[in-house]
Write a protein that binds this ligand. Sequence first.
Ligand SMILES: [Zn+2]
Length: 161
Amino acid sequence: MAKYRTNKIKHEHSMIPGLRDHLERVAACPDIHGILPGPIRPLRSAAARDLILVIQYEIDTGLRCLAKTAQAVQEVRIVTGRPAEVRRWLVEQGLAEDRLPPAPPPRPPRKGPGIPGKQVVLQFDQRCAACGRTVAAGSRAIRIGTPPACEYLHVRCFRGQ
Ligand SMILES: [Zn+2]
């Protein structure tokens, strides 16, 4: 690999301290085609902090990021056709933090013994498939299967099975 020399970085804006070196390492990602440092916004912070690069969101041309130090924030656009791969690479390399919304959590397990049940309000009396007693019309029940091939259970019987 070339020793962190790249022409991927556009130098239309000045860069906040530390950003140039950081972006030279970012540019080593083979899926990144260009890096465009943008406007700088000064911050008033007494805290000393190393530069961090935060991935904000995907844009048409790639990723929008913010480089932050205690004194300033600078927009950085990363040009790529493979934003998901670049996000993963940057995080794996410790070069960026990913602030995109996390993937939705896995669905909670369904109640009952692995059978999909749907809670319904009965229109007619049914016989509970678990306990054999009546489930009264107008009460809530768990329906297993889709009509007409279905069974009904008391909610408590379904949960307690
Ligand atoms: Zn029952």
